[in-house]
Design a binder for this molecule. Structure first.
Ligand SMILES: [Zn+2]
Length: 273
């Protein structure tokens, strides 16, 4: 008689509910620790996110002292917040004119460089004489090439209605670059309003109280331009714009449009009261 060999089978393991629960809790704890560690040692934010935090802003003026008088408060606040501001000057000299025995271009660039240093910005000088800068295809190509190289998030330039031909030419050049490229937002500023800038109706007001003295110091770097005189005009503008928005001193701007996907100036603008 053959007997079937009994099958040897390991007894089924029955886990005690309490032990099972303890292991699950342990697994959960390990998962939590791993999750926390992955957060702590996670890779840095992608470059595009960092770029969004630190903006590159171009302030494009006709002459040395225009960006400082029109936007000195804005530039100071942007650089204090860690943003990269490039200040471009369309023209720094007239023909072979000299100031105090020195070529005008050398004097004006030296003054503008000192002003930019105070404001924490980087200057860019275009090499056109006052009488030579025009909205021609060649000049447009040069300005466009520089803007493409700088790759700004935002550009701020002269309001186009201005009695000074250099101001409205620069504004026209920037406007044409804006229409062609479209990868940045465009704002306008004012200078010597009612003497140079005309028909400007701002909608964005910037309280410049905290950086007022920095702006003044930067403007006074332009010793060759009689700063007492132009500062007095701008100080009256600061107070006029301040009254309009309910602070002591302000600068004023307009934004052409808020383009989807393009950064806006990261400052707390006030509205007209
Ligand atoms: Zn000017």
């Amino acid at each position: 008689m053959t007997m079937n060999k009994p099958t040897l089978r390991a007894p089924a393991r029955r886990m005690h509910p309490m032990i099972s629960c303890t292991i699950s809790a342990r697994r959960l704890s390990i998962s939590l620790i791993l999750a926390v560690l992955s957060l702590v040692f996670s890779t840095p934010a992608p470059a595009h996110e960092i770029a969004r935090q630190k903006l590159r802003v171009v302030v494009f003026g006709g002459h040395p002292d225009d960006p400082e008088t029109g936007c000195g408060g804005l530039i100071a606040q942007l650089t204090e917040a860690g943003h990269d501001v490039r200040v471009a000057y369309g023209t720094c000299f007239r023909g072979d004119r000299k100031l105090g025995g020195e070529p005008e271009a050398i004097v004006r660039r030296r003054e503008a460089t000192a002003a930019c240093k105070i404001l924490g910005a980087t200057p860019k000088f275009f090499d056109y004489a006052h009488e030579k800068i025009e909205a021609s295809p060649a000049t447009l190509a040069a300005v466009s090439a520089w803007l493409n190289e700088v790759h700004p998030d935002i550009v701020v330039t002269h309001w186009p209605l201005d009695i000074h031909e250099n101001h409205h030419v620069v504004s026209s050049l920037v406007w044409q670059c804006y229409q062609r490229r479209g990868g940045w937002n465009l704002y306008f500023f004012e200078v010597m309003t009612d003497q140079q800038t005309l028909g400007f109706h701002p909608e964005l007001y910037l309280d410049i109280g905290k950086v007022h003295s920095t702006k003044k110091t930067a403007c006074y770097c332009h010793e060759s331009q009689k700063p007492d005189e132009f500062w007095a005009v701008h100080e009256a503008m600061h107070r006029r714009r301040g009254l309009e928005c309910g602070v002591e001193t302000a600068e004023a701007y307009t934004l052409v449009e808020a383009k989807p996907g393009c950064a806006l100036l990261p400052l707390a603008f006030l509205n007209k009261k």
